[in-house]
Design a protein around this ligand. Structure first.
Ligand SMILES: [Zn+2]
Ligand SMILES: [Zn+2]
Length: 164
């Protein structure tokens, strides 16, 4: 007859907020079927960036993508891995690499992309990360790719001064 119901999750460590002790966080698709877990610090976290390339326009149905890169050795599929669909494209912008998009078969959220030109890493999406604080802190984009393709009505990446 407990009045406090624990959320139905596989592990309390993966409740959605960053776990301070292990510095891990989760990313979940729009419908919740697919969940990933990843480190929020190096070496597992490789980098963070936004990309304005023409491929990202189509992939996001918007004007840029917000990304972070995780070493595959540090990427965990918490649930829904069998619900990921893949789409492979070999004529990617500029590089010519084959890039495979992995998205939720139910809701269509793009969870990560893998490129033949960068083996061993996966490019996840900042917007899927459950702990919103991380969007502003550890996962804040540090770089901007294909800035020359940025639409004129959008300003470039705002870089905060280091001191605070
Ligand atoms: Zn989904
Ligand atoms: Zn791009």
């Amino acid at each position: 007859m407990s009045t406090t119901q624990e959320p139905d999750i596989a592990s309390p460590k993966l409740a959605g907020n960053e776990d301070e002790a292990t510095a891990t966080a989760t990313a979940t698709c729009f419908c919740g079927s697919v969940q990933l877990a990843f480190p929020t610090e190096g070496p597992g976290l490789v980098n963070t960036f936004i990309c304005h390339c023409k491929d990202c326009h189509k992939i996001t149905a918007s004007m840029f993508s917000s990304c972070f890169t995780i070493a595959n050795s540090h990427l965990q599929h918490v649930r829904g891995r069998d619900n990921l669909k893949t789409f492979e494209r070999s004529h990617t912008i500029a590089s010519g690499n084959t890039v495979t998009s992995n998205f939720c078969a139910t809701c269509g959220s793009l969870m990560y992309r893998v490129s033949s030109g960068y083996p061993g890493i996966s490019v996840l999406r900042i917007g899927t990360v459950d702990d919103f604080n991380l969007h502003e802190t550890k996962l804040r984009p540090q770089d901007e790719a294909f800035a020359e393709s940025r639409v004129p009505w959008l300003q470039g990446l705002h870089r905060e001064p280091e001191s605070k």
